[in-house]
Write a protein that binds this ligand. Structure first.
Ligand SMILES: Nc1ncnc2c1ncn2[C@@H]1O[C@H](COP(=O)(O)OP(=O)(O)OP(=O)(O)O)[C@@H](O)[C@H]1O
Length: 419
């Protein structure tokens, strides 16, 4: 269809709004013309299809990228700045042009499509503090497939852009928003846990994801909880990040100590977490300690914010969906946790992640200095364990960084390992 006809059709479309008002009528002739026109309006109204996507919808940002991808000739643009992490770890700034508020036309699969991006000046989304926005697509015809295709393409484009990255989400108001730049996926092999632990957890999670039927056949909620506990700097968080990369999942990071977190909000957030994501509750002991401890020292262990302990338990129990729901919790002090929080059903797998063993020390040495003989790695492990009773992987990593190009010095200077 020629562009001029498309514009003429739009002119009568009620969604098109100002700018194409009907010419005034004053004479009988004009009235007759108008009634003919109204006939056309009714006809066109039935042959135009419109899709409105509010900014709250998950697909909104995908669609903006899709539009800028297709509407290359549009001259009215806004900038969206993001950060990119390269293979080397270097971070660079990326500027994307997205269509600015107003009308844009694109030619898509032999059809003209009008896209209107609306920004409400008066309405602010109270949860995110951003203006209320929407995009409306209008096309000729009645076949909705055109919009399904666009949504599908926009989703695939967004997924391609995220390939090889792990997205971290954080809770903003009642929704999850990407936080920081997508991180390059961390390989599982880069986190050296005691022999067998990593494999055991990965197999457990994969077995869970692959077996929804097992749960539905038995009427068991399709969720699984994990608790990683142990001293700081031994790899709890790093392992969860690497696991998310392995599963191609994102991470929804939630702080239970957040003052603005209420029972209802937590419940809601857990039920609307993005698909294929791990919910990560870090340092759960910081928010809730065992009821016995709290009784002994009520001032030190006051509850945080408006979240109650029973609210947390209910929210965890309510986390059920047709999709695999995985909740990871971490703590440095398992002994401070209330047994109700970590009972089976809420936490199905508890795993201690401790200080480095001899095996871990040799593995870490070999990974850091791949050209060295295994005897050097063993010498490093023995020297380290002779000098210190407990060493965290974070300490070892920091020590290697001080002797990046000198493995022998890293063995000789092990006594200088930073506490
Ligand atoms: N097992 C490990 N293998 C390789 N690197 C590790 C390991 N453990 C820790 N690190 C490194 O140490 C740093 C801190 O680790 P991480 O935050 O995962 O520890 P954590 O156990 O979660 O600590 P915390 O209890 O304080 O949250 C990271 O930079 C990580 O790369």
């Amino acid at each position: 269809m020629p562009f001029s006809d498309f514009l003429a059709a739009l002119k009568d479309n009620p969604y098109f709004g100002a700018g194409f008002g009907l010419v005034g009528v004053g004479t009988a002739l004009a009235l007759a013309r108008k009634s003919a026109q109204l006939g056309m309006v009714a006809f066109r109204r039935h042959y135009m299809i419109t899709l409105e996507v509010p900014s709250k919808d998950k697909s909104y940002h995908w669609l903006l990228s899709w539009i800028s991808h297709h509407a290359k000739s549009t001259q009215h643009l806004s900038v969206e700045t993001s950060y990119l992490q390269h293979e080397s770890g270097r971070i660079s700034t990326k500027f994307d042009f997205v269509p600015s508020p107003g009308n844009h036309f694109i030619w898509y699969r032999n059809k003209w499509i009008r896209i209107e991006r609306n920004r409400e000046k008066q309405m602010i989304d109270l949860h995110t503090g951003t203006p209320w926005e929407s995009v409306t697509f209008t096309a000729i015809g009645t076949n909705r497939d055109i919009f399904f295709n666009i949504l599908q393409e926009a989703r695939e484009l967004a997924l391609r852009q995220q390939e090889g990255k792990t997205i971290m989400y954080t809770a903003m108001g009642t929704e999850w928003r990407p936080f920081g730049f997508p991180r390059r996926r961390r390989p599982l092999t880069s986190v050296v846990l005691e022999e067998g632990i990593s494999d055991k957890i990965v197999q457990d999670v994969k077995g869970f994801i692959d077996n929804p039927k097992w749960y539905s056949d038995r009427g068991i909620p399709y969720r699984r909880g994990y608790l990683l506990y142990g001293p700081p700097g031994c790899g709890k968080s790093s392992f969860i990040t690497a696991l998310a990369g392995e599963l191609e999942y994102s991470i929804c990071l939630m702080s239970l100590s957040d003052n603005s977190l209420s029972d209802d909000r937590l419940n809601h957030l857990l039920s609307v977490a993005p698909q294929q994501s791990i919910i990560l509750l870090e340092d759960v002991d910081a928010a809730f300690v065992s009821r016995d401890l709290a009784k002994e020292n009520p001032t030190a262990y006051q509850g945080f914010g408006r979240l109650t302990f029973s609210g947390l338990l209910n929210a965890l129990d309510g986390v059920a969906s047709t999709e695999a729901r995985i909740v990871f919790m971490t703590t440095n002090h398992i002994d401070r946790l209330d047994p109700a929080l970590i009972r089976p059903g809420r936490v199905d797998v508890k795993q201690f992640i401790g200080h480095c063993t001899r095996w871990q020390l040799t593995q870490m040495f070999q990974r850091f200095y791949p050209d060295q003989a295994s005897s050097a790695a063993e010498e490093f492990a023995d020297t380290a364990l002779n000098a210190f009773e407990k060493i965290s992987a974070a300490q070892v990593q920091g020590h290697f960084m001080m002797h990046k190009n000198d493995p022998q010095a890293s063995i000789k200077n092990i006594h200088s390992l930073a506490a």
